[in-house]
Design a protein around this ligand. Structure first.
Ligand code: AMP
Ligand code: MG
Length: 328
């Protein structure tokens, strides 16, 4: 069985193709880039996806050396995400499923980040640190669902980094540039906001902007913002590990690329005798392969929908999904 997966929740329009053994045959994408000084404008991102979809589809089939007739299953990201983007993915999924009479599976984008991480890192039952632009969650499987043990109460950590970067004139994506600037910075006092197991980033961003306006060195603010954000994440992850008695930590999502975050989580895991792995770079940010692989997992126990039911769910929560492919 070969599955074609369509990712279109935010900036990335991606198409991935996997077989049912978890071999990734193609993982092509086109990324919308906002104009200078702006964040993602949802309608513009949707327009980008509309324009990109056919060329990304052709590139993926060509890469996999397959024809559309070879595809036995179509999966698409039903949510969470930006509605104008989600619509483009759902439309294409519906069109292909109808035209080629192929079964269709809707996939939760956050769960796809977890599953591609489990596949590529070989972890059975990790605590997952899922950090991306829009989402920040500490997740683990328990009793039929991926449970959220901690999450951001306002904006995602990637978005928080990007937002500060934008305010100080850096180009999108700003977070990798902040990582570079942070290397030459030193500590300046910032708030630290963990409430129970949940995290808040946006007030810290406001304080960072204030410090920048007061003329504090940009490098120092970048360094301190990373130290605070990633310490908060590490604290909550450690508590989840301790409570659940698990011994694997998987870092996934676009912010997983950050070396300082990796270093902090790795150190915490070493001290607790837990194993730590990071999803490979190619699969860290949004991509079609993760949708394809999750589609295969979901379809094995028989999950599928009719093309006319190919809707979107912009606020679909990770812990709303029944995970039929994992045993308790
Ligand atoms: P995703 O939404 O999973 O595609 O992830 C995109 C997010 O990852 C954006 O907010 C990026 O700024 C962020 N990101 C990419 N590279 C890095 C990095 N090196 N450090 C921190 N965040 C990053
Ligand atoms: Mg994502």
């Amino acid at each position: 069985m070969i599955c074609l997966g369509i990712e279109a929740t935010a900036h990335t329009f991606g198409i991935g193709i996997c077989d049912d053994k978890g071999k990734v045959l193609a993982n092509e994408r086109s990324i919308y880039k906002p104009k200078a000084g702006w964040g993602i404008i949802p309608m513009d991102a949707g327009k980008h996806h509309e324009e990109a979809k056919h060329s990304v589809l052709s590139a993926a089939l060509e890469k996999a050396n397959l024809k559309i007739e070879d595809i036995g299953l179509i999966a698409y990201s039903r949510g969470p995400g930006l509605p104008p983007c989600l619509h483009k993915g759902a439309e294409l999924a519906k069109e292909l499923a109808e035209k080629h009479s192929v079964p269709l599976v809707p996939v939760n984008h956050c769960i796809a980040h977890i599953e591609i991480g489990r596949l590529t890192c070989g972890f059975e039952n990790p605590v997952v640190v899922y950090v991306s632009g829009g989402n920040t969650q500490i997740i683990s499987f328990a009793e039929g669902k991926y449970r959220v043990f901690g999450e951001c109460m306002d904006i995602g950590v990637g978005n928080a980094l990007d937002k500060f970067g934008r305010e100080v004139g850096l180009d999108f994506p700003q977070a990798p540039k902040i990582e570079q600037l942070a290397k030459n910075g030193k500590w300046t006092e910032l708030p630290y906001v963990v409430k129970g197991m949940d995290l808040s980033f946006s007030g810290i961003v406001t304080e960072c902007i204030r410090k920048h306006q007061k003329g504090e060195p940009l490098e120092d603010i970048c360094y301190s913002m990373q130290e605070v954000f990633f310490s908060m994440l590490t604290e909550v992850t450690e508590r989840a590990l301790a409570h659940l008695g698990k011994d694997q930590v998987l870092l996934t999502g676009g912010v997983a690329a950050n070396m300082r975050l990796q270093e902090m989580l790795n150190k915490m895991c070493e001290e607790r005798n837990a194993r730590f792995k990071v999803v490979p770079r190619e699969f860290a940010g949004d991509n079609g392969a993760m949708i394809s692989w999750t589609g295969i997992l979901a379809n094995k126990p028989g999950q599928k929908i009719k093309p006319e039911d190919a809707g979107i769910d912009p606020r679909w929560r990770t812990d709303d999904v029944e995970i039929s492919w994992l045993k308790n």
